[in-house]
Design a binder for this molecule. Structure first.
Ligand code: SF4
Length: 336
């Protein structure tokens, strides 16, 4: 197929909070109009602080959280509209690797049963074909056949994440959603798992939607990157554009917190002070204005649209010019 493996358009996810007194229930705007595509064999990274909505995007793409609005197309068909058996059958094309390899594996199940679970649920092949697939995928992720009957606690942290990856790959999905898959691991093991994901992608033309708060990890693995802030995309760019020519002040702040990345990308540092505003009571203008050192009057009055300033670079900031010049600090005049 030629089109994108995953196409998400204007995704919105809202949660109602318990009502306090009279009036309407307060709503959490967790994801607010996010659109993106993932091409075959490519990795799209989504980065942002906790509360940015990146994990909610992943969970709604997986149909583990209900979208309030928008569409989710998988291989060109409307995955977001599927229900019941039709949804269960299509799930074999999209699988997930979770952050914590220990808590996402049933401690009472043997490794082979954990990996076979999605095959059994989706009734893929005959029982003997499923067994063969489990052995094959064990080898693909670097686990040994003599480990098939072990329990999760008998694996190291890195091996447990390999087991999580084996479970995700068992049904031969085209798209794997990776939610912070290495953040619970030691640094040395992180590199092994990232290299394994990259090898598997090359070998099997997998597409990844890769959720991370760590820009160094994103730089290692992703072809394109979305930066999310308070439920919205504030910058979308190819990896090269994002790391050599970041334009949004929030992206600068994220890059500044990663020394080896920030030094190359930025001349100075941008410190991120304070917390994001409440996702229940959203500001009228730019959602980043309260923390932005470059904010001007218009920023507090009008939300900046996400504008394309190059074929592989879009940004939502009033002060980025049409030709892609970054915001300049406001000039302060001292009274005489
Ligand atoms: Fe900062 Fe204004 Fe740009 Fe928002 S629109 S990021 S407040 S300069």
């Amino acid at each position: 197929m030629n089109g994108p493996v995953l196409e998400v358009s204007d995704l919105k996810v809202r949660f109602a909070l318990p009502r306090k007194g009279f009036g309407r229930k307060p709503m959490v705007h967790a994801v607010d109009g996010v659109s993106f595509q993932v091409a075959q064999g490519k990795t799209l990274g989504i980065v942002g602080e906790s509360g940015s909505g990146k994990t909610t995007v992943a969970l709604s793409v997986m149909r583990l959280v209900n979208a309030t609005a928008g569409s989710i197309k998988l291989n060109g068909s409307d995955f977001g509209a599927l229900r019941g058996d039709a949804l269960r059958v299509q799930r074999r094309h999209i699988q997930m690797v979770f952050q914590d390899p220990y808590s996402s594996l049933n401690p009472r199940s043997r490794a082979k049963d954990i990996v076979a679970e999605p095959l059994d649920l989706m009734k893929v092949g005959t029982p003997s074909e499923r067994q063969e697939r489990v052995t094959e995928v064990f080898r693909q992720v670097g686990l040994r056949a003599d480990q098939l009957s072990l329990f999760p606690h008998q694996f190291s942290g890195g091996q447990r994440q390999r087991l999580g990856i084996a479970r995700a790959l068992a049904t031969k999905p085209e798209l794997v959603v990776c939610d912070e898959p290495v953040s619970a691991l030691d640094v040395a093991i992180q590199a092994q798992i990232l290299n394994l994901l990259a090898e598997l992608q090359r070998e099997y033309k997998l597409s990844y939607l890769f959720i991370s708060h760590d820009l160094a990890v994103v730089q290692h693995l992703c072809d394109d990157v979305l930066v999310m802030y308070l439920g919205q995309v504030v910058e979308a760019a190819s990896r090269e554009q994002l790391f050599t020519n970041p334009l949004h002040p929030y992206t600068w702040a994220l890059l500044s917190s990663v020394p080896q990345v920030g030094r190359r990308a930025l001349t100075g540092t941008t410190v991120l002070d304070g917390d994001p505003p409440s996702p229940v009571d959203l500001p009228v203008g730019c959602r980043f204005a309260a923390r932005c050192a470059y904010a001007q009057a218009i920023c507090r009055q009008e939300p900046p649209p996400l504008r394309a300033i190059a074929p592989d670079h879009s940004v939502a900031c009033h002060l980025v010019t049409e030709s892609g010049d970054a915001p300049q600090r406001p000039i302060m005049f001292s009274p005489r």
